[in-house]
Design a protein around this ligand. Structure first.
Ligand SMILES: [Zn+2]
Ligand SMILES: [Zn+2]
Length: 452
């Protein structure tokens, strides 16, 4: 019984491209009483692995928090695996605004003490006495009320690229830090103001709202389904977006655009930019904002120090890391003295630039290729390869890629081919094809068609 990943991220990325199927990125959470989280975890892994579902999921005795990527065609089957559990019947799945087939490349389900690290002692207050849930329209309305204080319960690197206008954006790295800060800052408004809170998908507000009610706040509201769900409703109902910029997300996309306003700057040159990246130096891995020009000039590094390090031989890089507390940078997400244009704490509500029309998400994947079949034989004297077509079709004039561990990646244009022993211009599934190859191919090398 396979209960863990057996493929690397790279292998998974290739498999996803080969399958050529559209995937959905979605998230959901549920608070519940789970008796045996370990068994719950294993059952989910088996059910979801069979559906080619990927993602990062936390389970605990208090419930489940999941961010996932699922083949579109398996969505109903996936829903069925949730319906097995009473507490997930009819659960809302927050679908991403932009989908990327590579948003997750592994299925990781971890058993934790809690599904959100909130630092709260749940025994001390009633976690079920939560705030009023608001839909997008209601949320917009309450933001217009002068008695409303709106608080962003995300971290500084999330609110920097996008937030609700006039929101309080605490300068914190973790959710647990923000709770006492807000409690302190708003202590004189516990009865006269509406405390309105939001986060990425709603989960952080769920328990925070109960905490603030316990702290004496009388009017506590939360954005149902978070920014992800708000964006969906804004679009579906044609409402004004009071959120500006980008919604930071915790998968390989690192953000989805909600409005075309760019409200942050490249941390290195100050140019308007809201693309997060991780420093290329594995010993640093700092999360920061970098424009394309700085990315090219700095080779994706956060500082000249890191740039020097990535040019060292790997052994020296590892030696530098051992015994040294570089962890400081890793955990201080997005803060470093070398980043001059980093903003946190109070953030402006102004747009610095307008984002260009987002590229088709598919164009972001460098080479889009479709698996056609595999090599069966190589005739050394004639320098000809024999391939079987198992998928799609092959036409003369196609740009093809032959790929394998020894062959590497070899691209060529197919000029002439023999299909089932006669010259032809098209080969279909089941056909055996031979053509000249200017290099020696290996048995089982894969044949791809490049489609863009
Ligand atoms: Zn820059
Ligand atoms: Zn760095």
């Amino acid at each position: 019984m396979q209960l863990y990943n057996t493929l690397s991220a790279e292998e998974r990325a290739i498999m996803i491209d080969d399958a050529g199927k559209q995937r959905l990125t979605l998230s959901f959470y549920a608070y519940a009483k789970i008796q045996d989280p370990k068994k719950f975890r294993d059952d989910l892994f088996l059910a979801w692995n069979a559906l080619d579902a990927l993602g990062r999921i936390y389970v605990a005795t208090e419930g489940i928090n999941a961010q996932m990527s699922i083949p579109e065609e398996n969505l109903e089957a996936f829903r069925a695996t949730l319906e097995v559990y009473d507490f997930m019947k009819g659960i809302r799945l927050n679908e991403a605004v932009e989908h990327d087939d590579h948003s997750f490349l592994k299925l990781t389900i971890k058993v934790r003490d809690k599904i959100v690290a909130d630092g709260l002692n749940d025994e001390t207050f009633d976690v079920t006495d939560i705030g009023v849930h608001l839909k997008a329209k209601e949320f917009n309305d309450i933001l217009d009320d002068p008695n409303t204080i709106v608080v962003d319960f995300r971290n500084h690197y999330e609110s920097e690229v996008g937030h609700f206008k006039n929101a309080i954006t605490p300068d914190v790295e973790t959710f647990r830090e923000s709770l006492p800060i807000i409690n302190e800052q708003l202590q004189n408004h516990k009865e006269d103001k509406n405390l309105v809170m939001y986060c990425t998908g709603g989960i952080r507000c769920e328990k925070a709202s109960a905490y603030f009610k316990h702290q004496g706040f009388k009017n506590v509201y939360q954005l149902e389904g978070g920014i992800i769900n708000y964006a969906k409703q804004i679009e579906a109902e044609g409402l004004e977006s009071k959120f500006i910029g980008k919604n930071f997300v915790f998968d390989n996309r690192l953000g989805e655009r909600i409005t075309d306003d760019i409200i942050s700057q490249c941390h290195q040159c100050g140019k308007p930019c809201d693309n997060h990246t991780n420093c290329e130096n594995d010993g640093c891995h700092l999360l920061f904002i970098q424009c394309d020009e700085c990315k090219a000039a700095m080779e994706n590094c956060c500082s000249t120090e890191c740039l020097d390090i990535i040019h060292m031989p790997l052994v020296d890089q590892v030696r530098l890391r051992t015994g040294k507390q570089v962890g400081n940078k890793v955990f201080r997400k997005g803060k470093s003295d070398s980043l001059k244009f980093k903003h946190s704490g109070e953030l402006a509500n102004t747009s610095l630039a307008t984002a260009e029309k987002p590229l088709d998400i598919r164009q972001k994947i460098k080479v889009k290729k479709v698996l056609l079949g595999k090599a069966e034989h190589y005739y050394v004297k004639a320098q000809v390869g024999l391939f079987t077509i198992e998928n799609h079709e092959l036409n003369t004039g196609d740009k093809i890629l032959i790929s394998g561990p020894t062959t590497g990646n070899q691209e060529l244009i197919l000029e002439k081919m023999i299909v089932n022993e006669a010259q032809a211009t098209t080969a279909k599934i089941g056909d055996r094809v031979t053509f000249e190859v200017p290099f020696r191919i290996r048995l089982s090398d894969k044949l791809y068609k490049i489609v863009n």
